[in-house]
Unconditional design. Structure first.
Length: 464
């Protein structure tokens, strides 16, 4: 058994106690850090009330949100980036290429098939080279680079077109959600009117002025409006979820929209002044994209003939040869030259590529004509619809005014006992229809104005 002297033990215990005390402090500090992190993550995050704060969203805010947060647009943005990187890849083929190589090998050669066999002893070989190559003449590589640049330009134009589509879709959902909210509010007011009618019928039945069927009619009407209110609220929630999903918002967030956006839309004359045919041709990115595709097809058709031309490449290398790497014994070695290649027979590949490019060019030209016809058709139809639906707003206002007047007259007749409540129920039904028609008139005018703004390529100018 090993014996430890007492002085050594006396020095050992205080040191051990000091180390134990330090370790205990470390454990306490570590536990404090874990507790702090737990409390911070559990209670120190943003409060629930802050996360559930309503989101104020006007039309201008909606357009900005689509450009910055719509997931489909962000996906398309990365696609454009990929096309741009493909352009850099094509450009790299036109630039000089340099590489450095180092090799070390050991081999044994034997010679003598129809003569005496000569055995060469094994030997080592090592070499290092700085290699360079450059395509001096290669029209196909140049055409590929130009086609790639046009691909990127087309992708950017298509991205702008998709952005307009997403903005149009978001505005459609915005106006639809406003319509649904307002529709639920109108039905709620209708329910209040029907409940007042039920109370009036019950009082008059108690007084012996009307019969039981008047109360029953009112009860049936109240039940019908309650069911319609439930459906309207579900519809409003559905449109809200679709809008929040399109804008990449938390689905639990509450949206506060501009409730006057439907009714405060400017008359058609304010946006018609933007409807100049030259401006339309410049604003529609689809036309610019199709023109680029036609230019690309023409270039591809010319490039199909360039494949018959010879190509010339410059090749060079410089370095050292030796037996083993870093043995201090080496000799300089270099090489440079030109290589020309002329295609003689490609199995019909070049001719097929030329026919393919010609078909692509004709297809794009036909699509361009179809696009111009489509834009002209959309432009003219949207103008007619916008003017007609704006005129329908005034008619709907007259219907609403007459509906209120009819309800007032029917209520007086019913209170005076000159008629049963069927006249009042029918009048309130027509008033509800007039309110719904007035709302839909504003809603359809907003949609037609949106369609017109999209037809001229200025969807963001819908408020002008």
């Amino acid at each position: 058994m090993i014996k430890v002297k007492q002085p050594i033990l006396n020095n050992y215990y205080p040191a051990m106690y000091q180390q134990d005390k330090t370790f205990t402090r470390f454990i306490v500090l570590l536990a404090s850090v874990f507790v702090t992190l737990f409390v911070t993550t559990s209670y120190g995050s943003s409060p629930i009330s802050a996360s559930n704060d309503p989101v104020l969203l006007k039309v201008d805010d909606l357009i900005k949100r689509v450009k910055t947060h719509n997931l489909n647009r962000l996906i398309n943005k990365e696609s454009v980036r990929r096309v741009l990187e493909q352009t850099y890849h094509r450009r790299a083929a036109l630039l000089p290429r340099f590489s450095l190589s180092v090799d070390q090998s050991r081999q044994k050669l034997t010679r003598g098939l129809f003569s005496d066999v000569i055995n060469v002893p094994p030997f080592n070989s090592s070499g290092s080279r700085l290699e360079a190559s450059f395509a001096l003449i290669n029209y196909q590589l140049y055409a590929d680079y130009r086609i790639a640049k046009l691909d990127h330009a087309v992708a950017e134009k298509d991205s702008l077109t998709l952005t307009d589509d997403y903005i149009e879709q978001a505005l459609f959902l915005y106006f639809t959600h406003l319509r649904d909210l307002r529709s639920a509010e109108i039905i709620s007011h209708n329910l209040e009117r029907e409940q007042l009618l039920l109370e009036l019928a019950a009082k008059q039945f108690s007084a012996g002025v009307v019969v039981k069927i008047d109360v029953t009619r009112a009860e049936v009407r109240v039940a019908s409006i309650r069911r319609a209110l439930m459906e309207a609220r579900i519809t409003a929630e559905s449109s809200a979820i679709e809008l929040k999903s399109l804008l990449d918002l938390d689905l639990e967030k509450v949206l506060n929209l501009d409730v006057q956006a439907l009714e405060d839309m400017n008359p058609p004359q304010t946006i018609k002044r933007l409807a100049d045919i030259d401006l339309v041709l410049k604003s529609r990115t689809e036309i610019s994209s199709k023109l680029l595709l036609i230019e690309q097809a023409k270039l591809a058709k010319r490039a199909s003939n360039w494949q018959r031309l010879p190509t010339v490449d410059f090749l060079a290398n410089w370095g050292y040869d030796t037996d083993e790497v870093f043995n201090g014994e080496h000799g300089e070695a270099w090489f440079f030259g030109l290589r020309a290649t002329v295609p003689l027979w490609e199995g019909g590949r070049i001719a097929a590529g030329k026919r393919y490019a010609s078909a692509t060019l004709r297809q794009n030209e036909y699509e361009m004509r179809n696009l111009l016809n489509q834009i002209d058709r959309e432009y003219k139809i949207s103008i007619m619809q916008m003017d007609s639906r704006y005129a329908q707003i005034e008619i709907a206002q007259d219907e609403l005014r007459l509906g209120h007047h009819e309800v007032e007259l029917a209520l007086v007749r019913y209170q005076d006992g000159l008629a049963d409540n069927r006249e009042l129920i029918d009048a309130q039904k027509r008033l509800a229809e007039a309110e719904s028609s007035h709302l839909n008139a504003h809603y359809m005018y907003c949609l037609s104005r949106l369609a017109f703004a999209r037809s001229i390529g200025l969807v963001e100018k819908i408020l002008d």
